[in-house]
Each structure stands twice: as C-alpha cells, then as structure tokens.
Design a protein around this ligand. Structure first.
Ligand code: SF4
Length: 932
C-alpha cells in the first residue's frame, strides 16, 4: 500500500488506519527534505510510565527490526490515541545507553559498586534454592516481594498465593492508602471513578489536568465536561496549571480541606439541597440511630436533624478561619455542587489526603458531598472504581495464604489500608523480624520513601536482609544496595493486562513486548522474551514462572502445579497460555468480537491492544440478588445474610446487592471505626493535621512544606532515563510566597536551607504568589543521585558523596552537576542543563497515620537563607532522630486486636488476602494449629 493511497489528497490524518498496521509507510523525518519512505509494523502496547495505562503504538522499522517511535493507540478506549509527554518518551527509555542489559551479581560488599555479569540460570538457581530452603524450614514470612509500580492485574496475587506466603508489600502507604480508606469506609470500594465527561460540576482536590491520578484519560474527559457546560473547582494550596484554568480556585491551607468540604455539606443540608430520598434509601442511617438511641424509634427525619446538629460547627466562617478560603466562595461552590444533583464528579487521590494526619477523613468528607447529591454511580457522578475496572480471573485460583506477616500488617495499625510498607526498615531495626529473600520490583524506597537513609542502613545489613534482588528496568538508588540487579522490561518489552477506572465504562488492555510480537507476526518463534528484547532484558511473567519451577522442581512443595499450562497438563505454563486462557474465557464479549474478524481472542489483543468490555455502567447497587434457602433478614435494617455473611439488602420488598459494606448500605456512620477504638471518628469528620497552624511555632519561623506535587513531565524513578523529559524538567526549586520571601530577605535563585525534624536540604528559592503565605512547596520528582560511576542515569542523576558523621548522621553533597557525556547516543554530548534538582525525601521522618497507616507527607519546616558553606543539593539527616520520630507516631496508634480477637475487620480487604482464619490472632483462631 502506498503513502498516497493512505493519505488521499490532503496528506493529513489523525492515525494510521488499523488495516495498515502490518505495513505502514511514511517518510523518514530525518531524511527531510528528501522523501525517503520507511516501512513499519505498528504494534500496540501500554505505557508503563504512570498508572493510567494509556495505549501506545510502537513503530517497528521493518528493515532494522528496531522501534523508532511510540505514538498513541487510537483504539485504546481510555486514552483514545492521546498521550502525555511521558508516553512517547518511552522511546528514550528503551534506547537509553545507560540502561541495564544483563543480570548483575554483586562482586564486592553490598553498596560498594562492584558488579559482575550473571546468567539467568545462575540467578534462578540461587534465588530459587534459597526460597526452597526457607519454605522447607517454615520461614515463609522471610520471603517478601515489594512492588512500586505494579503494571499488571492480579498476576502477583496468583504467584504469591501459589507460593503460600504473606509476602506482598507495596508502595501504597506512601501514595494513596489514606484516600482509599476514606472511600472504603463509605462503600467498600476504595477508589472513585468520576464520570467527568457527563458531570455538571467537577471538584478536584488534585491537579488533574496536568498530573493527577489517571490524568491523561481524566483530563480529556474533564475538558469534554467543561465544553458541555460543567463548572470546575480546584482545591489546592498551590496555583497548579489545573487551578489556573478552573472556574473556582480554593487555595486551602494544607490540611484544612475536610473542614471546607464539611462546611459545604452543611450548606447543602441546611439549604435543603440534599437528596434526602437517596439518603434514606441508601445510607445506614438506621445503624446510626440505633447506636445513638438504643431501643428508640428509628426515624429518618430525626436522623437528618442529628446530622445537621453534628455538623453545626462547620460554618463557612469556621471553614474560612481554618482554610483561608473566603466564606462566600465556599457557599457559592456548595450551592453549585448541590445544584448538580446526580451529576457531581470529584476526585482526591494523593494531595491533601496523603499529606496530612487524618487525611482519610478528606476523602470521606468529599464522598459525603457525593452521597448528599445522590451522585454515586450515576451518569456524570462518581462511581466506585470496581464498577469500571476489569479484573482477570484464572483457570485455577490458589487458596488464600495461611500466614499473617506482622512486618506488613502489625497489630498497631489494625485498620491500615495497605501494608505498612515505608516502616519496613524501622520494624527490622526494632527486631520484629528479618528477611531472607527480598525482591524490590520497580521500587526505589531509598529515594522515593521518607527516611531513605534508614532504608539504606537496613539494606546494607545482611543480617536483616539476607538476599536482595532488585527487579528494575533502570538503575536506581535502591538497586545499588542489592545482591542481584535483574533487568526487567519497560513498556513494549513485557506482557501485562491493564485496566483502570478512567471513565464511565470498563476496558481491558494488553501490554506486550513489541519486538517479540512483530517478529512472531513475521513467523519467528521465541522461548523467552529476553531473546527478542535488547540485551537479556526479561519480563517478570516468565521470570516468576521459571523461578517457581526452580523453587519446586519436583512438585513436592505443591507450588509447581500452579505454573503448569491449562492446555497441556503437566507442562510448563507459557505467557501465551496464560493470556490465551484469560482472553478466551474471562473477558465478556471479546471472543465474539474477535471471531467476527476471524481472529482468536489472543490474536485480537495482540493486534489491537485493547477492548472495551462495557459502557454506561450505572446503578449496580440495585442488582437483584437471588436469596438462598436459609438466608436471614434483619427486620430493621433489611440486611440479608447467608451462612453468616451479608449478601444483600431488602429495599421496597426487593433484595438487591447494595454495597460491599457490613450493612450493604453506604456507611455514613461507621460501626467499624467505633468498634475498633475510634468512636469520635465514626462519621465523616475533620482531624486537625500535624501541620495545622496551631502545631507550628511562629517564634521559630515554622512553615508547612508541601512535598507531594508531581511535575507533568516526570514520574518518580522511571523517567530518570528519558532524555526528552529531563531536558524539559530538571529542577525543583522551593516555592515561597512573596511576603515570606520579604520576611526572610530572599530572592528567586537564592540558596535556602529547609530544616525538617531530622535534618535539612539546601535548594534554591522560587518566589511566587502561586502559593499561600506561610506555605512552601517542592516537587518530589527531582534530585536523583548516584554514588558510583555506572550506577545511575547521567541524564538525571548527580554524582554525590555520602558520608556518615561521627555521631551517626549522614551528609550528602553533590560532587558535580549534570553535563555532557560520551555514549552511543549522540544526544548525551548535547546535554545543556547542569541541574538535576535536590532530593528532599531523605530529610523527612516517617509519619504513619494511626488509622490509615498512610505516611503523612507534609512537613513542618523552617526555611532560612543558606548558611556559609552550604552548597546546592546538600542533605543532612540524623537517622537516630528519625527512629525517635517513628516512635512518637507509633505512640498515636490504638493497637488491635479488635472485636472477636480479629487482627483486622474481616470486611476490610487486604491486597493479598490471607485465608479467613488468619484474620484472628492465634489465641482466637478456631483451629490454632493453623499458625503463622
Ligand atoms: S498519562 Fe502519560 S505517563 Fe501516564 S500512562 Fe498515559 S501516556 Fe503514560
């Protein structure tokens, strides 16, 4: 097919039509003005640079069999062919001359920077043997997998359950678990799925147009909603790009957001703007009234009166005093939200929820507005994520593990929404356990987490961490302290299923290794993906299958059987088997759609990369439930139970599914909070943050530092080796208001020392009115560093010295900035920027919220002019002090066990849910032989 046929007349079109993807031709831009035709095979895959999972199309040069560029996949239901800057920058990552191409084994002391090349066989034999020994010796809790960016759906759940370990650790408690807990307490679903495109009013506690969660798919739909007439309000102490184009910017003092949201709820209630019929039908108000008035009459009007009384103190005046937002604006926005009844879309993910003590009450207060306006699961409203997210199932599900790992869910945080991941080194230092085999996977806690130098101290200690294998596409600050560095594929170099709740609908997408897929389309075959990837870069799917067979070579441990093919009994599972079974059996509508094109489901996904499973997913709480014989019904609440478990709720004579909460209603009142020691937080409320004004010492000049905001062009560790992105963004100055700058005698560009509880960092000031007085801000996406040559990306990471002081502190100093270097990529000689930013997270102590377990990121700091001898990028940290701060926060907890000797409420899920009896402490277990 010629270019002229594809582009008749105009020569312009949005995307290559799918029927041309086997042989797409276009002129080589590098040859311009000569018109030299290039032939490509276009292979879909999924971006791996943030959680949104947008579609990409790899342009595979058919002559060189090399990927030349990544563009958007127009058939992807969420991203619809569009990407942010980080999507196309995948090309930098796969062609980065600094990337790790072969497995490496430590050759010197841990962290010393000495490495030798290893074979995959050596890796598998040593790690597999070590895990086998641990399992045989009953040390299952000493094997742990710790993930930063998952990038797959349920794959690791299956693997870890097959191994029978309670070894799943994640990054979520430094990310979103606080907001998740707030949502989960309401509905049992821990994430929102706003339908921005059809909303009448949108409220964002984020910077979604540039950087929020799922921001590219969401940003498209927010723009669509606004074009259709929706109003947009943004609550953010910082004038983000999103706030700058909103109809309403509500610059709340950090941590005051729940007070403003509850004031809005009060306006809606007091002015009769709430949908009371919805409230009566769907909330658990009866439980609230029964709790407050045991034996009394349960009247809905009395409940409404009590609700109003409960929120009496949240006047617009009080909210203004807490937040600094004018009361008139709070009332105006509240009325617009009330007027958007049924079509109020909102989102909070990180931001205020992750910054503050009690941040989980922010999402709970936000959801109260959604419930009051009857906008839960409606067109234009905010659905629970589970309605819009596809999850695969497998031909066989391994049973829940019969383990409970206290390093993940310790007794002090029985309601912790995810694993207490960022406290792992503190727990190990305290002697709560040790690890024999520790996998980090696309996870860089030394750099990403607070208190990274405590991580470093523990990772260097072989008595605490026996073997550390870092599965990573690139060098990072944590991999340096590994025993094995195992190169894993980027987007376009691995298989995964991905689905996210980006819109009103449900979709599934397929990440695939594009060179392998292209060559297989041309008739080649491969045993392993690393045979087609650059160097020996592998993918996790195949790695885990192989490792599982090495752990249990003869099947005696009962592990191997889970890694056998569903199509060829007894033979080893392949990635083709795995995805073929799911696409043939577990994606509704896919087999029929594929068959209509004469394709098998797996081939359809290989060719197009995505499939829309459902649209217009609304009102699922009204789904009828078949009631089994012997089921019981509570005559007061309508709750229907079978075999002791809630299965639905009777409303107007019909038994319907409701919500996955204990009451099957939306829990405006949480009996769980009351029963587990937090009765004062049983309703959506406002907890004064650890950085509340009253907690600051004005005499010391203390301010609040917001360290949580993303830059649109960078993403944590993963963008470090994307040259285009680092050219665009390479510094993270400290935002400071003009009045504060005047007080401190600061000008833009001056060196500032930012002092935290455990140390300080030195950065430059950016004086601006885009931040509130008394508040400073610094993006966390900067300040990459490397200790040794060859261990880090020179596109982004500065060489540093790191030394321990005689009294146990740590000093880091940048030895040189960024600059040109020689490599196979000529662009590396053209680096014109010298700055890579400053690493601030090292200087943050851990702040585990006593309920959600989330790290509360905001910092109480003193900002001052740099001192004599200070240099840009300097960092000092006292890790002994950081352990003290950890213990101070530990003291805020209210440990379990809870009712019935439970370690955790049975209805609150865990990412890797153990067998049910493991939820009970040993003394309360029905069969105590089932031990940890
Ligand atoms: S929003 Fe950007 S980084 Fe995230 S998946 Fe989409 S293209 Fe990739």
């Amino acid at each position: 097919m010629t270019i002229e046929r594809l582009l008749p007349g105009s020569g312009l079109q949005a995307f290559p039509p799918p029927e041309t993807w086997d042989d797409w031709r276009e002129y080589d831009p590098k040859q311009w003005p000569r018109r030299v035709e290039k032939r490509y095979m276009l292979v879909p895959t999924i971006c791996f640079n943030c959680e949104a999972a947008c579609g990409l199309l790899a342009y595979v040069d058919k002559d060189a069999m090399r990927v030349r560029k990544f563009e958007g996949n127009p058939l992807h239901p969420a991203s619809r062919g569009r990407n942010c800057a980080k999507g196309p920058a995948t090309i930098n990552q796969i062609h980065d001359p600094e990337r790790i191409l072969h497995p490496l084994r430590r050759a010197g002391r841990r962290g010393e920077g000495q490495w030798r090349r290893a074979s995959w066989d050596e890796v598998l034999d040593e790690i597999g043997g070590r895990i086998r020994t641990a399992f045989r010796e009953g040390r299952r809790n000493e094997v742990m997998y710790h993930v930063g960016r998952p990038g797959h759906e349920r794959t690791m759940d299956r693997i870890l359950k097959a191994w029978g370990i309670d070894g799943h650790n994640s990054h979520t408690n430094v990310c979103s678990s606080s907001a998740r807990l707030g949502y989960a307490l309401w509905s049992g679903y821990d994430r929102p799925s706003p339908d921005h495109a059809n909303a009448r009013f949108i409220l964002l506690l984020s910077s979604h147009l540039e950087a929020g969660h799922y921001f590219n798919p969401h940003a498209q739909r927010i723009v669509e909603g606004r074009l259709a007439g929706a109003k947009l309000a943004v609550m953010d102490p910082r004038l983000s790009n999103t706030a700058s184009v909103a109809d309403y910017w509500l610059p709340t003092y950090p941590g005051s957001e729940a007070a403003v949201l509850l004031a809005m709820a009060k306006v809606i209630l007091d002015e009769g703007r709430a949908d009371l019929a919805y409230l009566e039908r769907w909330t658990n108000w009866r439980h609230f009234m029964a709790d407050r008035h045991p034996g009394g009459e349960l009247r809905f009007d009395a409940f409404v009166a009590e609700l109003k009384e409960h929120y009496r103190e949240f006047t617009p005046e009080m909210a203004e005093a807490e937040s600094g937002v004018p009361r008139e604006k709070i009332v105006e926005v509240a009325r617009l939200i009330g007027g958007a009844r049924g079509a109020f879309a909102s989102h909070v993910w990180r931001g205020s929820a992750s910054g503050n003590l009690g941040g989980w009450q922010v999402s709970r207060a936000l959801q109260l507005l959604t419930v009051l306006t009857a906008s839960v699961g409606t067109p234009g409203g905010t659905s629970p994520h589970g309605w819009n997210k596809y999850k695969p199932v497998f031909w066989e599900e391994p049973p829940g593990q019969k383990q409970w790992n206290e390093l993940l869910f310790p007794k002090e945080w029985p309601l912790s929404h995810y694993e207490m991941s960022f406290l792992l080194p503190h727990f190990l230092k305290e002697g709560r356990g040790k690890l024999d085999v520790y996998f980090t996977r696309v996870y860089n806690p030394v750099w990403t987490n607070p208190d990274g130098l405590t991580w470093l101290e523990v990772l260097k200690d072989e008595a605490l961490v026996g073997l550390h294998a870092a599965l990573t596409p690139t060098w990072n600050e944590t991999a340096v302290f590994a025993d094995y560095v195992l190169p894993m594929g980027m987007a376009g170099e691995r298989h995964d299923i991905q689905s996210q709740e980006t819109q009103d609908g449900r979709w599934v997408s397929f990440r695939q290794p594009v060179l392998r897929a292209a060559r297989e389309r041309m008739g080649e075959s491969f045993r392993f993906t690393y045979e087609a990837n650059p160097g020996e870069v592998w993918e996790e799917d195949e790695f885990w299958i192989e490792l599982s067979w090495r752990i249990d070579p003869d099947g005696a441990l009962g592990i191997r059987r889970w890694f056998e093919s569903p199509f060829r009994p007894g033979e080893k599972l392949t990635v083709a088997d795995y995805y073929r079974w799911i696409f043939e059996n577990a994606v509704p509508g896919l087999p029929e759609t594929a068959a209509a094109q004469g394709l098998a489901p797996l081939d359809y996904m290989r060719r197009y990369g995505a499939f829309l499973v459902a649209t217009d997913v609304h009102g699922l709480q009204e789904t009828p439930v078949a009631v089994p014989a012997g089921a019981a019904k509570d005559p007061v609440t309508g709750l229907v139970t079978a075999a002791g478990k809630a299965i639905g709720v009777e409303i107007d004579g019909n038994v319907v599914a409701g919500w996955p909460t204990p009451s099957r209603r939306l829990e405006v009142f949480s009996p769980t909070m009351k029963e587990w020691g937090w009765p004062e937080e049983a309703l959506p409320g406002y907890i004064r943050s650890h950085v509340h004004r009253s907690a600051l010492d004005a005499a010391k000049g203390e301010m609040v530092l917001i360290p949580t905001f993303r830059l649109p062009t960078l993403i944590h560790t993963r963008s470090g080796n994307a040259k285009y992105l680092n050219e665009i963004s390479h510094r993270n100055p400290v935002w400071i208001h003009t009045t504060d700058a005047r007080r401190l005698g600061l000008r833009t560009g001056d060196l500032v020392r930012v002092t935290t509880e455990i140390g300080y960092f030195v950065n430059r000031a950016w004086v601006t009115e885009a931040i509130a007085p008394g508040v400073a801000a610094c993006s966390h996406h900067m300040g990459r560093w490397r200790l040794h040559e060859g261990e880090g990306s020179r596109w982004a990471a500065a060489r540093v010295s790191l030394q321990q002081t005689p009294d146990g502190g740590w000093r880091m100093r940048q030895l040189d900035g960024l600059g040109p270097f020689a490599s196979a990529d000529p662009d590396s000689r053209r680096i014109w920027w010298s700055d890579g930013g400053v690493h601030q997270n090292l200087t943050f102590a851990v702040h585990p919220d006593p309920v959600s377990g989330m790290h509360c990121w905001h910092q109480k700091v003193v900002v001052s002019l740099g001192e004599p001898g200070d240099r840009y990028g300097d960092v000092f940290v006292d890790t002994q002090r950081s352990m003290e701060v950890y213990r101070e926060w530990l003291g805020k907890t209210r440990p379990g066990p809870g009712p019935g000797g439970l370690r955790r409420p049975l209805w609150l899920d865990r990412p890797l849910r153990p067998a049910e009896e493991m939820f009970r402490t040993k003394a309360n277990r029905l069969d105590p032989k089932e031990d940890v």
